[in-house]
Design a protein around this ligand. Structure first.
Ligand SMILES: Cc1ncc(COP(=O)(O)O)c(C=O)c1O
Length: 539
């Protein structure tokens, strides 16, 4: 995030929005939003719609604004994000701390706008309106950013979300060690979690949990969502709810985290491994029919590293053979496939909030489905098989629940998903651009009709490269750059008790693939350091 002042002062911003060139119905109005229950303060500009038109407050507010004071405050504390608030567009400047400028801003008398909003929407409610957003940073000029924002509106994933928040992602300065992952935790997460810790008990014990599940279902576009203790748990519950067990076979892609296949083993079924596509690294539907047998009960495509699997082809084959589909969307929250989101295609979709994922809760997961019966089954098994509302146990169940405090963290993360996805895709584009000239690197790519969230930028290294994957990782590590090897071809593990043939592509991808640092807070300078280091080692 940039500090707005210096590049764009508050005054110039005001002028900007008053200009006839601005590509929105523009009329500058302004006000102060005291974030309720938070030490932060923000300043809101409403640049369009006639929200404040013909209202007394309009004039009052403008006559009382001390732009220079606000400029000074923003210079010191300001960060900048854009939100659309109840279908109106605002800018919020946040991170103004109470001890200094905050008090001065309050004393400007701009509090009146806050009262106005409260009268209009009820106390604090203006925090809970449909909103969409975009982060600005140094790489975009302001007009481009606004245009991109408007253009992107048609594509935004959280159109139906009730309360997206656009607190900024804080970039890191170049850290001593550049890590592969790492979440963005803003004051919103801290506020929700502390509210949950203080008040989320007794009658409120599931308040955040229910909100998180409801907003997650809306986000993905599924009917039902159930928070779980992990994605592995969600996969296990899905298989149990589908009645899959001993003697059954379930097809999984040969490159994935072992959890996908382990869950199959948990229910006593046998995982069967199918090769992946050499470009997208996701399940190759062409290999499916060869391994489908009378015992095959389900297929679990994986949206590996956020790249969408070819769901339409997979569903078609599953339908032909009467087989269920469970999507392992652990690292793919927000991935778009043919206009829908990953996880919303199959009988079940399973997601992860483990600490390295796009959205984190430490550990955690989510199971989604559109099938009311399957949902009821999974819910019962997740709650020790008890008859709902009683202590009477009707079947052997498990305990894979998420708690309310964890859900508070998840909810805040979800409400900031859109901007994190924008940033992830941007990080990926920096790598693609910076490494384009190096021969022999083959990046994981999006299948046509899909839009990855680029959870981790990854490539394989060709045989003719100066060093192999493991040596590249070692040398990067000495330069303070952490990387990960791509998952191996999991069919080669001895734990399955049989030796499948070596697949054509997955083995090579697993042996030569590398994940680059892609945490959402990474900045352009850190990515440049990674790019320059790779050039030095491989160039
Ligand atoms: C593809 C895939 N499936 C499943 C999982 C398991 O998720 P969790 O750690 O939440 O159980 C992961 C986690 O890394 C994953 O990458």
């Amino acid at each position: 995030m940039i500090s707005i002042v210096g590049k764009y002062s508050f005054k110039s911003l005001a002028q900007f929005f008053s200009s006839p060139d601005v590509p929105v119905e523009t009329r500058l109005t302004g006000g102060l939003d005291l974030f309720p229950g938070n030490t932060e303060m923000g300043f809101i500009l409403s640049p369009r719609n006639n929200f404040f038109e013909n209202r007394e407050i309009d004039q009052k507010v403008f006559s009382s604004i001390d732009y220079d004071l606000i400029d000074r405050a923003l210079q010191k504390y300001g960060t900048f994000s854009i939100i659309e608030f109840d279908l109106r567009c605002y800018f919020i400047f946040s991170n103004l701390d109470e001890s200094s400028s905050g008090k001065n801003l309050t004393s400007l008398g701009l509090q009146s706008i806050c009262s106005f909003l409260e009268t209009e929407f009820g106390p604090g409610e203006y925090f809970h309106f449909q909103s969409v957003g975009l982060v600005f940073d140094e790489s975009m000029n302001m007009l481009d950013s606004i245009n991109a924002f408007i253009l992107s509106k048609g594509k935004l994933r959280n159109k139906v979300m009730e309360s997206a928040k656009f607190l900024p992602i804080q970039d890191e300065s170049i850290p001593e060690e550049i890590l592969t992952a790492g979440p963005s935790i803003s004051p919103l997460e801290v506020t929700y979690v502390s509210q949950a810790v203080k008040q989320g008990w007794n009658a409120n014990h599931s308040e955040y949990l229910h909100k998180f599940e409801k907003e997650f279902a809306n986000f993905v576009g599924s009917e039902f969502a159930m928070a779980t203790s992990s994605c592995t748990g969600a996969l296990h519950l899905s298989l149990l709810a589908l009645g899959i067990g001993r003697g059954d076979e379930v097809i999984v892609p040969d490159i994935t985290w072992v959890a996908t296949a382990s869950a199959v083993r948990y229910v006593g079924a046998t995982p069967k491994f199918v090769d992946v596509d050499p470009k997208t690294w996701t399940m190759d539907p062409n290999g499916l029919e060869d391994i489908i047998s009378v015992n095959t009960k389900a297929i679990i495509p994986v949206h590996l590293y956020g790249y969408g699997a070819p769901m339409l082809e997979i569903l078609q084959i599953a339908k032909k053979y009467g087989i269920s589909v469970i999507e392992d969307a652990a690292p793919a929250i927000g991935t778009v496939i043919e206009g829908k989101l990953a996880g919303s295609f199959g009988d079940f979709g399973c997601f992860s909030f483990q600490g390295a994922k796009l959205l984190v809760t430490g550990e955690g997961g989510m199971l989604v489905t559109n099938d009311a019966d399957l949902f009821a089954k999974a819910k019962k098994i997740q709650d020790h098989g008890r008859k709902p509302g009683t202590f009477w146990i009707e079947e052997l169940g498990y305990k894979y629940k998420m708690n309310n405090t964890t859900a508070a963290l998840g909810l805040a993360q979800l409400q900031r998903a859109e901007m994190q996805i924008v940033k992830k895709r941007e990080i990926n584009s920096w790598y693609l651009e910076g490494l384009a000239d190096l021969e022999g690197l083959h990046f994981q790519t999006e299948a046509p009709g899909t839009e990855s969230i680029c959870w981790m930028t990854s490539f394989t290294i060709g045989k003719d490269a100066k060093v192999d994957r493991d040596e590249l990782m070692r040398e990067l590590k000495t330069l303070g750059i952490d990387t990960r090897p791509v998952f191996p071809s999991i069919s080669q593990y001895e734990i399955w008790g049989y030796s499948p043939t070596i697949p054509k592509f997955s083995k090579g991808i697993g042996d030569t693939g590398i994940n680059l640092p892609s945490g959402v807070r990474i900045n352009k300078s850190s990515v440049k350091k990674v790019i320059d280091s790779i050039h030095k080692i491989l160039g």
